[in-house]
Write a protein that binds this ligand. Structure first.
Ligand SMILES: *Cc1c(COP(=O)(O)O)cnc(C)c1O
Length: 459
């Protein structure tokens, strides 16, 4: 690595942002009923709500948008996408779809029906939803180390392969319809999965004759972590590592809104089984559209073809993961606890540690997210008791194991100066943490309440 290392791009087009005054921010968040999802993006200075679909496309991608071939069938842009995807994943067959959950909607019912289970290192919310919509049940099987935020483990996203075997034995081989490997493990905080672990999982799948699906949203970030942290991979290219990861699966579903750096899109890959791909195509046509566009415009296919290549560039990944590591390092210096090691796409601040006097039912992580907005116009979100909601059987508030305020970093959007503002704001909040009070809910819908609930400060 060079002695000099900054953002590996220069800025050709800008989108102005402005910071409202503190008084205005206090007014806006009150109008939003203390729910960050109800804020207008124009009123946000630095938006860390998600890294999904919020990345900045390159000049190459924008020129691809202009070249997009909008033919209904046989489009040139579709061929470009096939070529690019084959180069990266090494699979025979691909099907574009409009986003990750659409890939899940097509693929999950092919493997899962009533009475079956899917086992994953961790199901992302929409993956779990599509497993359940297919009539099956989803079982998470991540290693125990993932729950310990302070301890170091290079691959906290790993599957607990011992437990995987006992789950298969317990349910019976024929009941387990699918093994899903999520890279990186989003729900465990963007934590990577090691190649050794992926290989072991695939061997277990082979032994019991259970197919393996890779949930590939952040496969390039995962490949970068393998290169940096796993013995034997330091001299391999990101693409070589990616191809090896995918060689252990039979099929993949992918949200292209993450590592393919586009604002909308998804992809399904089938390694070599033509019969399987015939079913994918037959299901895609009524659900998403004809096979050569799958719910996307030709220009989107073109941007995805280019974004897939850019997303595997080593300098880009070093900068990308480096941003999260930079934030983590600065917060550590300031004595602000967070999930460690830092994940690939977000930093999870431990709000329980910063606001120990606020009980879970007054939502410490939501309190910190709201304070970040008031302090500096930064939008983040609660991954804690506020998001968990109520027990559906008893109606009681669930006490979450963690109270995280998630800072998700969009790709190629913010500079190191923006990161410094985030750090300064968190330090300022830490200094007055004792004086902060929690929130209570005044209205909530029965499910997924965190998107629309209304809150008020505790007096
Ligand atoms: C985002 C995501 C999905 C769903 O993709 P969408 O494009 O949001 O529909 C599935 N799995 C993982 C791991 C994700 O991060």
């Amino acid at each position: 690595m060079s002695k000099y290392f900054a953002e590996p791009f220069k800025i050709k087009m800008v989108e102005p942002i402005k910071v409202l005054s503190r008084e205005e921010r206090i007014e806006k968040i009150k109008e939003a009923n203390y729910n960050v999802f109800a804020l207008n993006s124009d009123d946000v200075y630095i938006d860390l709500l998600t890294d999904s679909g919020t990345g900045a496309m390159s000049d190459q991608q924008w020129s691809g948008v202009m070249r997009g071939d909008e033919a209904y069938s046989g489009s040139r842009s579709y061929k470009e996408l096939m070529k690019s995807a084959k180069d990266i994943f090494g699979y025979e067959y691909f099907q574009p779809v409009h986003q990750g959950r659409a890939a899940e909607k097509v693929v999950m019912p092919m493997y899962l029906q009533e009475g079956k289970v899917a086992i994953s290192n961790m199901h992302f919310d929409t993956t779990r939803a599509h497993v359940e919509l297919a009539g099956a049940r989803a079982i998470d099987c991540v290693i125990e180390e993932a729950a310990d935020t302070e301890s170091y483990h290079p691959f906290k996203g790993n599957m607990d392969n011992k437990r995987l075997v006992s789950l298969i034995e317990e349910h019976g081989r024929e009941k387990v319809g699918l093994i899903i490997i999520t890279v990186t493990n989003n729900s465990a905080g963007g934590q990577p999965v090691s190649m050794e672990n992926i290989r072991e999982t695939s061997e277990i799948g082979k032994k019991y004759d259970i197919p393996v699906c890779i949930d590939a949203a952040r496969y390039a970030e995962n490949a970068y972590f393998i290169k940096e942290r796993e013995e034997g991979y330091e001299n391999k290219s990101i693409k070589d590592i990616a191809r090896e990861i995918f060689s252990y699966g039979e099929v993949f579903t992918m949200s292209a809104k993450k590592d393919a750096i586009i604002n909308m899109g998804g992809l399904i890959g089938v390694k070599d089984r033509e019969d399987l791909f015939e079913t994918v195509k037959a299901r895609t046509i009524p659900l998403e559209g004809f096979i050569s566009y799958g719910g996307l415009a030709g220009r989107d296919l073109e941007a995805m073809a280019i974004g897939l290549q850019e997303g595997t560039d080593y300098d880009y990944l070093q900068y990308r993961v480096g941003q999260i590591e930079y934030l983590a390092g600065k917060l550590k210096e300031a004595g602000i606890a967070h999930q460690s090691p830092a994940g690939g796409h977000a930093l999870f601040v431990d709000a329980k540690k910063m606001l120990p006097h606020i009980p879970y039912y007054q939502f410490p992580a939501q309190t910190l997210a709201l304070e970040l907005y008031k302090e500096a116009g930064i939008r983040s979100c609660d991954i804690g008791s506020y998001m968990m909601g109520n027990n559906p059987d008893t109606g009681e508030q669930i006490e979450s194991e963690f109270e995280f305020t998630r800072l998700a970093v969009p790709r190629r959007v913010y500079t190191q100066s923006h990161l410094d503002v985030i750090v300064e704001a968190l330090i300022a909040i830490k200094e007055k943490a004792d004086s902060l009070k929690g929130y209570e809910i005044t209205w909530e819908p029965p499910i997924l309440r965190h998107f629309t609930a209304k809150l008020k400060p505790i007096e």
